[in-house]
Design a protein around this ligand. Structure first.
Ligand code: HEC
Length: 275
């Protein structure tokens, strides 16, 4: 092999390495932005093959969100089919407007000009919100409302401070407040600091979310599950073919592996003739 060929191979290796590093980096940074006053967003792992979760999410969306927010790039029939809900059950139980047909877009029930007057901002369409804001952001946003009497609806949000959206799920979650807590002071070695008598030293820290007991119809875990399913549904709506795309992706990688093995064997076979 001459000098030039060796140089070329080095360049190819260099670029392959860097494109790999960059694509891995991209995969991990493709999430939504940071969650403002909440700090790091809670992690959300979607499960688009869990039909029951998606069905529950769709039902929550249609009952609690669709009154204000449209999903104007989706069609009713497609959602019913993808979520494996028989059309008659879907139409009888989840759609209140009987003039709607399977092929119609989910354009929402509200007129933008009116709602802009009521809320100051028209509730945005949510078809692509999981892709614009990120799944983690959504999952955190819907769980971080807290009471704040200085605001129009008496609530504010840690992830979206000053949001014009009322806390529409308050009846389920209960009254969430920001509270202060005494937390142990940590020493530089990571252990808790203690005084001479062995009592743990604490300091007051504020900004923790806590739901007032008995004010919501759901427990904390049940409420988290409702928001999980709702977010899962919004991730599905943002890209209905995502589950199929990911499944096909694995087939393609599998095919490449087999194909690589076969061509390696073929190469070995041909190579024998050279000697
Ligand atoms: C009473 C009307 C109303 C209802 C019901 C409602 N929203 Fe909203 N929503 C709004 C308004 C108004 C905004 C705009 C807030 C702003 O930008 O300050 C908003 C904003 C949002 C946003 C932020 C979008 C963005 O990118 O800025 C999300 C996400 C959202 N709503 C999700 C939901 C979900 C999920 C539900 C159902 C649980 C729901 N909303 C129910 C009125 C509503």
């Amino acid at each position: 092999m001459n000098q030039k060929n060796i140089m070329n191979i080095k360049i190819i290796k260099f670029f392959t390495f860097f494109s790999l590093v960059f694509s891995i980096n991209y995969l991990y940074s493709a999430e939504g932005g940071p969650c403002k006053d909440y700090g790091e967003c809670d992690k959300f792992k979607y499960s688009l093959n869990d039909m029951e979760s998606l069905q529950r999410g769709a039902s929550t969306f249609l009952n609690y969100c669709y009154g204000c927010h449209s999903l104007q790039y989706s069609r009713w029939g497609r959602v019913a089919k993808d979520l494996q809900i028989p059309e008659d059950i879907f139409f009888d139980n989840l759609i209140f407007d009987k003039s709607i047909k399977a092929g119609d877009l989910m354009t929402g029930a509200m007129v933008d000009e009116e709602s802009a007057q009521w809320f100051g901002v028209a509730p945005p369409d949510l078809t692509l919100v999981s892709r614009v804001r990120g799944d983690d952001w959504l999952y955190s946003y819907l769980r971080t409302y807290y009471e704040d009497s200085s605001k129009q609806y008496g609530v504010n949000n840690l992830v979206y401070p000053g949001t014009a959206m009322p806390n529409v799920l308050a009846a389920l979650q209960g009254n969430q407040k920001l509270i202060c807590k005494n937390i142990p002071i940590l020493a530089s070695n990571g252990g808790e600091k203690r005084d001479d008598l062995g009592n743990t030293l604490t300091k007051e820290k504020c900004g923790f979310l806590e739901v007032e007991k008995g004010t919501g119809t759901l427990t904390k875990d049940e409420f988290n599950n409702v928001i999980y399913d709702l977010t899962n549904f919004l991730v599905y709506v943002g890209e209905p073919a995502k589950a199929t795309r990911e499944r096909i992706g694995w087939y393609v990688i599998f095919y490449f592996l087999i194909f690589t093995a076969l061509s390696a064997l073929l190469y070995r076979e041909y190579h024998k003739d050279y000697h």
